[in-house]
Design a protein around this ligand. Structure first.
Ligand code: PLP
Length: 396
């Protein structure tokens, strides 16, 4: 008997547990402090009314023999895949339903997709990064090459920043980015697509925050770049855009035109999913389809606008204080440089103890995150306003 020893190379999930321990200790010592949490990336707004109605209707259907559903369609119900296809059409992207796979969220598929790639591929991961991309590859023992995000490239590394001499097979991209909130422009995405096409690489594009992009000049899907259907897989989710973090639904797009080693990757992923995944509950898929209805989309956009109003309060404060930041305009995250040369954890401790505000130290997202902090706008306006006042006062 042998275990998968690759798991031993994983770091403990120390980031959020360390934060939780520090917050608990502070709360115990300061029982009257009103702690404001701007650390975790979980939504705070409830599901919108149109989604709730759809969920109720679907529950009622499950209680009647005539409308009860058992196992669903393999890649997700047609009503939801139709809605996703139509949604992509509004982005100028034409998809076939067979290219869409409904999932229980982006995290599972971002990890599971690696089943269809060889373990000796080399993957390119930005630093700082959503830790799931790193850990899921370490579990397979894959070689990881890091590409630096930094102030010089606005935390949007380009193919020119790939370390010299490295041959890359799989490229991770996340735009709008977690943790930095930075968003690639279309010409920048095109550079990555051109690089992948030239080098026979596959891009894994994480679009979990796509609906936060309110600037119509910025891309919301990798397929808006020319030729991306020949080199990219896209992951999307209802979690952050519609409050589905606890309800669980997302989707993955594997284009028919994506062929590597003479093999159709759509067929491989379909085979993988049919073997290891039995689908998302009918009830949840009805809720997800309601998100993409005209009425539902207007409602989720109101929530997104609310979160973006919070990021404006944050970025206005940073502007006033002369603190460097990126993100916020098209993302629920603002990524700030710690003032006065403080380290990530040092400034985290400063804000916790002097302002009772919880943030996320950038160092938890990779070596290049040291000296930065992620502020999450998933909160209400009153809390964010108060947190920013306390932030400002703490630096006086
Ligand atoms: N991708 C990114 C970049 C994320 O930040 C997150 C969640 O924080 C996910 C994927 C996971 O999303 P889901 O809830 O759909 O699994």
């Amino acid at each position: 008997m042998k275990i998968n020893e690759n798991y031993l190379s994983l770091q403990d999930g120390y980031l959020f547990s360390t934060i939780a321990k520090k917050v608990k200790a502070f709360a115990a010592e300061n029982p009257d402090a009103k702690i404001i949490r701007m650390g975790i990336g979980d939504v705070t707004q409830p599901l919108v009314p149109t989604v709730i109605t759809a969920l109720h209707e679907a529950v009622a259907e499950m209680g009647k023999a005539e409308t009860f559903r058992g196992y669903g369609e393999e890649q997700g119900y047609s009503f939801l895949r139709d809605a996703i296809r139509d949604y992509y059409q509004t982005k100028g992207v034409t998809l076939e339903n067979s290219e869409i796979f409904v999932s229980d969220g982006a995290k599972s598929d971002v990890g599971n997709i690696l089943d269809i790639f060889a373990a000796d591929n080399t993957v390119l991961v930005p630093d700082p990064v959503y830790p799931v991309y790193v850990d899921t590859n370490l579990m397979h023992g894959r070689k990881i090459v890091y590409i630096n995000g930094n102030i010089e490239n606005d935390f949007l590394p380009l193919p020119e920043h790939i370390p010299a001499g490295e041959s890359i097979d799989i490229i991770y991209m996340c735009s709008p980015n977690n943790p930095t909130g930075a968003v690639y422009t279309l010409p920048q995405l095109q550079q990555w697509v051109d690089y992948a096409l030239e080098n026979d690489a596959v891009i894994l594009f994480d679009a979990a925050y796509e609906a936060f992009v309110r600037d119509s000049a910025l891309p919301t899907s990798i397929y808006q770049a020319k030729g991306a259907e020949k080199c990219a897989i896209e992951f999307a989710s209802f979690s952050k855009i519609a409050g589905f973090t606890g309800t669980r639904c997302g989707y993955t797009i594997v284009p028919m035109a994506l062929v590597r080693c003479g093999v159709d990757l759509n067929k491989l992923w379909s085979r993988r999913q049919a073997t290891k995944f039995n689908g998302v509950p009918y009830i949840v898929q009805r809720g997800a389809a309601a998100v993409l209805s005209d009425e539902g989309y207007v409602q989720i956009m109101q929530d997104i606008e609310g979160y973006l109003e919070n990021t404006r309060i944050i970025t206005d404060t940073m502007d006033r204080l002369g603190i460097w930041y990126t993100g916020g305009q098209s993302s629920p995250y603002v990524w700030i440089e710690c003032p006065n040369g403080m380290g990530s954890w040092e400034f985290f401790d400063h804000l916790l103890t002097k302002a009772a505000v919880v943030t996320t130290p950038g160092a938890g997202f990779g070596a290049n995150g040291e000296g930065f902090l992620r502020l999450s706008a998933f909160n209400n306006k009153a809390n964010v306003t108060e947190a920013m006042q306390r932030f400002e006062n703490s630096l006086k």
